[in-house]
Design a protein around this ligand. Structure first.
Ligand SMILES: N[C@@H](CCC(=O)N[C@@H](CS)C(=O)NCC(=O)O)C(=O)O
Length: 216
């Protein structure tokens, strides 16, 4: 299988984590948007919006990181635990996957995009919307974690939670009254499949538009 993406990209991490966690052999094709290399050109053709990651498995092309995890769970027997076999548990996992994508990752991205658009004067409304949205999501997750827990193994939810909590905390630090969220982030970052993504992305930290903090 071939995975196209970039080591610093949050959604690429989400696609990479299942490969690392379940030891699935693959070739990584690093896109270079500056040089518009072959991998970049492929993604522009393969994805309707030119976004990454994109997975290729023979004749099959899969885009959207969630669909990649779903595909691997179905295609690779060892990776089946990515999606719970119980349908109700699977629905819950998909709900939490959407939570991390829409209400953590994409909300945080508002702040990052405002900085990319104008580093000197980021749109205050976008910055405010992103930061307020993250604080609301942290508070919601803190309450959810009081009564629920994530599976111990790497699941679809881990794949979504890892990059979203990693970068969200750089954008709007997890507040002191969200200790469960902070503990979850630390626990997930310590997983070997996730720390590998963190390490592979380290050389690109200067690209973080808000300035990467000196930690993690
Ligand atoms: N919904 C997509 C989001 C993918 C996405 O936004 N990827 C970012 C990189 S983290 C990207 O392609 N950015 C470049 C662009 O939007 O042109 C998924 O789940 O795969």
């Amino acid at each position: 299988m071939d995975l196209f993406g970039h080591p610093f990209s949050s959604y690429t991490w989400k696609g990479l984590i299942p490969f690392y966690a379940y030891d699935i052999p693959f070739t990584f094709h690093e896109m270079n948007p500056m040089e518009r290399n072959e991998a970049y050109a492929f993604v522009q053709k393969a994805h309707p919006a030119g976004k990454f990651p994109v997975l290729v498995d023979g004749e099959e092309t899969v885009f959207e990181a969630t669909a990649i995890a779903e595909y691997l769970a179905a295609r690779v027997p060892d990776a089946a635990p990515l999606i719970p076999s119980d349908p109700i548990a699977a629905a819950r996992a998909r709900m939490m996957d959407r939570f991390f994508d829409h209400y953590v990752m994409d909300v945080g991205q508002l702040v990052v995009n405002a900085s990319i658009a104008d580093a000197e004067h980021p749109d205050p409304a976008q910055v405010q919307a992103g930061k307020t949205g993250l604080l609301r999501s942290y508070a919601w997750l803190e309450n959810w974690l009081a009564e629920n827990e994530l599976p111990q193994h790497v699941s679809l939810v881990t794949c979504a939670a890892a990059p979203s909590l990693f970068y969200a905390d750089w954008i709007e630090p997890i507040p002191a009254d969200c200790q469960r969220v902070a503990a979850l982030r630390a626990e997930i970052l310590a997983l070997p499949a996730v720390s590998r993504c963190v390490d592979d992305a380290r050389p690109f930290r200067d690209f973080f538009p808000l300035g990467a903090p000196d930690r993690d």
